[in-house]
Ligand binder design. Sequence first.
Ligand SMILES: [Cu+2]
Length: 164
Amino acid sequence: MKGILLRTTQAAFLALTLGAGSAHAAGGHGDHAGHAAPAASAPIGKPGDPARVTRSIDVDMTDAMRFTPARIEVKAGETVRLNVRNSGRIRHELVLGTDADLKAHYDMMMKDPGMRHEEANAVSLEGGGSGQIVWRFDKAGTVSFGCLEPGHYTAGMKGAVSVQ
Ligand SMILES: [Cu+2]
């Protein structure tokens, strides 16, 4: 049951993240299908090809519920490797998305705190762990990120990538 729920919510989040087209492909998502259309108007980019990475950026996560840096600037079309480190003791994650996606997904996390994110746009780390996201930022605008562990996002564990 848990596994099914996990996969369903992951699929819903992917659909939200990647846009309305994939929402249909992935099947019915109840309430979440309604969010897909507005999210599609603000695409956040796509998984990047590691061979095309032009820049690596270190991002630190702490138990003070902060990302450092919380503001990142990239150029449109740039493929970036985010080297993410959890220097806290508790689990944190970095999930890229629109504000609407992150809020919707955070609500799901509050209902199912055991959820883990293994999509290309997210990395979830135990205390002391490190991982990475390779992402291509396609369009000028702002791509948000946040830690969706219960209580963290609302405590201000969020940031933004400014794409120019
Ligand atoms: Cu956190």
